[in-house]
Design a protein around this ligand. Structure first.
Ligand code: URA
Length: 266
């Protein structure tokens, strides 16, 4: 454990080196490459583009004197796994996923923010790192900072358990698909997760939290709800911009407070 690469070595998938990311210890990880520039520039209007390779689009932003890598992971667990491996080798210690999700509890509205305390591992990637009995749990200190920063912005947020699926359709028990069929294994699964007090479905939190715990790295996850599955199956992005802005502010606040707490001011 702990293979950190040399300063100018560009890693194969993310196309980044330690020099390019200015040895930052912080990464903000949206799924969508198309959101990276917007996120980076909200944190720092002078953020610069670093690389674009496959699903990994990256920018470097500064929060005060602290460099922050913003890089997309693409959709789903395998590409998250590759990103964490390479970012860990570049020296990143703190990973914050910023995504969208589908809420499954009645009290959560479209536009609300969900901070993940732990994730149900419905995907296959995390099992390559730890057995299913191992918990996908968010780093407490980083998550606490994210919660505090979010609390300062809005009361429309929730903290709890997320389910991370390898598929958007059958694994999240969606019938509005090409075949309309959900295999038996997943039939009734949404109701079960609701009864077990799971707040939301998405596709990336569990591998992130599991792999980071295994690697002794810190991970947290914040998502905007773009649908409430009890009310509709169709994502509604009308509140998306507003919620994203809050999530980005909360992430910036959490990183700033972590930098202060750890005296990582350079
Ligand atoms: N992302 C998901 O994986 N599911 C949703 O319902 C919304 C976003």
């Amino acid at each position: 454990m702990g293979n950190i690469v040399s300063k100018n070595q560009v890693l194969y998938h993310v196309a980044l080196s330690r020099e390019m990311i200015k040895d930052t210890e912080y990464a903000v990880l949206p799924g969508d490459p198309g959101r990276v520039e917007m996120i980076a520039k909200q944190m720092d209007e002078n953020a610069i583009h670093l690389a674009t390779n496959r699903e990994y689009t990256s920018y470097l932003a500064y929060l005060g004197k602290t460099p922050v890598l913003v890089c997309s992971t693409g959709m789903g667990a395998p590409s998250v796994g590759i990103a964490i491996e390479e970012f860990a080798m570049l020296g990143i210690k703190n990973f914050i996923r910023l995504g969208t999700c589908g809420a499954i509890q009645d009290h959560i509205d479209v536009g609300d923010i969900i901070i993940t305390s732990a994730a149900v591992r419905l995907e296959g990637t995390s099992v390559h790192y730890a057995p299913l009995e191992y918990p996908a749990v968010a780093n407490f200190a980083l998550t606490q900072k994210l919660v505090t920063a979010t609390q300062n912005l809005t009361s429309d947020f929730h903290v709890g358990i997320t389910a991370s699926s390898d598929t958007f359709f059958p694994g999240q028990e969606r019938y509005d698909s090409y075949s309309g069929y959900v295999r038996k294994h997943f039939q009734g699964s949404m109701a079960e997760w609701q009864n077990l007090n799971v707040l939301n479905f998405e596709m990336e939190a569990a591998p992130l939290l599991t792999i980071c715990s295994v690697f002794k790295l810190n991970a947290a996850c914040i998502c905007a709800a773009i649908v409430n599955r009890n009310k509709s199956e169709i994502p509604d992005k009308s509140k998306y911009d507003e919620s994203m802005k809050k999530c980005i502010k909360a992430i910036a606040g959490a990183i700033e407070s972590d930098v202060l707490a750890n005296k990582r001011i350079k």
